[in-house]
Design a protein around this ligand. Structure first.
Ligand SMILES: [Ca+2]
Length: 497
């Protein structure tokens, strides 16, 4: 088509000079005349506009041929016209040639267009066909994929079926093995049951034998226990006899002592009226009765038949002293309760406390003096004597009443002041307030003030070291805070002795 568009003006120029007078005539806007040529080719119609030039117009002579021919035309004019005709014919031939060429060109162009159209149609059809084919191939691919999947599934199912069948076969085999084992075990079990039955039979026999032996042993045990009981009775009887013999021995000893004392009384105290019981209120009475040997004597509570054993010191400073406290070796523990300090404890022949109740009763029944006798580990002795001493009742917590100090055990009295009450580990009656308990800190029962300069009932520390022991035996104004006291004796005597 482009080729056609370029060649068309050239054709128009070529035909402008040759074609004249053929087809219909048109006039342009600028006055230029143009001729329109139409060519029919099949269904298509081609129209050409060819301009007509002015210098191609016939001369005056040629425009008026009739006048020349009418006025006897010259021979040169005829030759010119012939030449002109020939030229025209030649131009016409050229034009026809060009037209043929045009026709051929058009035919070729049309052919190419048609072939292009056909080619496009063929291409479109082939594209459609190819799309259809691609769709078909996709569908076939999908189908093959689905078929493959189905095949895979079926193969899987088949393999699973095979596996299942294999496992069932295995299980069947195992079951068979188990059944065989169970049958074996059953046979073994029956064998063992038989053995057990046999063993049971044997054991029953043995059990019977053992039971018989057990019965025999039980009988023997009963007889042995009877024999043991008899032996026990005999032993008890012999023990009783022993105790009876011991009691008889004791009573015999007592009677011998009584006989000796009677003989001595008959020999020394001839003033005692016959038939009257001999009772002593204190050691002064014992002394007065003629017993001038330091020893343990039985004393009677005032106005009572109740007695108490006491040691009588018949030697110190005139004798006749009733010892109410004595310590010399630490064999007796003085950490005692209120009740024990009330009734007394220890051994009167050795270390002891006579008892607050007895001291209260005799010191309130008569006027007494009191003497504290002390000895240290170096053998030094000292004493503290008081011209008046008595104890209050238990209701008054055996309150101390003391006065008239004299002696060598310190420049002043180490006893607690008069009016101090007695305290023990279970009875806090001291002057130490605020939860302070002197009897627990210093130990022993004493007339603790707060807590005071003395405690002859503290712990007995043997050895006499100078180390300070707060809970030891203490008599401050003689030995200071150390516990260098070896022996202590507290004793009383009537003032009027
Ligand atoms: Ca207190």
């Amino acid at each position: 088509m482009m080729y056609f568009g370029i060649a068309l003006p050239f054709l128009m120029l070529m035909t402008y000079a040759t074609i004249k007078g053929s087809g219909s005539q048109l006039k342009g806007v600028n006055g230029m005349e143009r001729r329109q040529h139409q060519i029919q080719h099949g269904h298509c119609t081609y129209t050409f506009l060819l301009p007509e030039l002015d210098n191609c117009q016939p001369s005056v002579r040629s425009r008026m041929p009739n006048s020349l021919q009418r006025d006897a035309p010259p021979a040169s004019d005829n030759t010119q016209s012939d030449k002109r005709l020939q030229q025209l014919e030649h131009i016409m031939e050229n034009n026809t040639l060009w037209l043929h060429k045009l026709e051929n060109y058009i035919e070729e162009n049309v052919k190419t267009e048609i072939s292009e159209i056909k080619r496009n149609a063929v291409q479109n059809q082939t594209a459609a066909m190819t799309s259809i084919l691609t769709q078909k191939t996709e569908q076939t691919c999908n189908l093959t994929y689905v078929e493959n999947q189905v095949l895979n599934q079926t193969s899987r199912l088949e393999t699973q079926l095979l596996e299942n069948s294999l496992s069932t076969n295995n299980l069947e085999k195992q079951l068979l093995v188990q059944v065989q084992e169970i049958s074996k075990l059953n046979s073994k079990n029956s064998f063992l049951e038989k053995k057990i039955l046999e063993m049971e039979g044997k054991h029953e026999k043995e059990l019977q034998v053992i039971k018989e032996e057990k019965l025999q042993m039980h009988e023997m045990m009963v007889s042995q226990s009877d024999i043991i009981a008899e032996l026990d009775k005999q032993l008890k009887a012999s023990m009783f006899n022993n105790t009876v013999l011991q009691m008889q021995q004791v009573s015999l000893e007592r009677t011998v002592q009584e006989l000796i004392s009677l003989v001595s009384q008959c020999n020394e105290i001839s003033v005692t009226p016959k038939g009257e019981p001999v009772t002593f209120k204190d050691c002064a009475e014992v002394y007065k009765s003629g017993h001038i040997t330091s020893a343990v004597y039985t004393l009677n509570y005032p106005n009572s038949t109740e007695t108490v054993k006491a040691f009588c010191d018949m030697e110190t400073n005139g004798g006749a002293w009733t010892v109410i406290q004595h310590r010399k070796d630490g064999t007796v523990d003085f950490r005692k309760t209120w009740r024990e300090y009330k009734t007394g404890f220890g051994n009167p022949a050795n270390e002891y406390w006579l008892g607050n109740e007895f001291i209260h009763q005799i010191t309130t029944s008569n006027s007494y003096i009191m003497r504290v006798q002390l000895q240290d580990w170096e053998g030094n002795s000292a004493f503290a004597q008081y011209s008046h001493f008595h104890l209050g009742s238990e209701k008054q917590n055996y309150r101390l009443h003391i006065s008239g100090y004299s002696g060598t055990a310190g420049r002043m009295s180490s006893f607690s002041p008069s009016g101090t009450e007695f305290s023990t580990v279970d009875a806090d009656n001291d002057k130490c307030s605020g939860g302070c308990k002197c009897a627990q800190m210093a130990t022993g029962g004493w007339w603790f003030d707060a807590c005071g300069p003395s405690n002859l009932n503290g712990i007995y520390y043997p050895g006499g070291t100078n180390t300070v022991k707060y809970n030891g035996i203490k008599w401050h104004y003689w030995k200071g805070p150390s516990h260098g006291v070896k022996t202590t004796t507290m004793m009383i005597r009537p003032t009027d002795f």
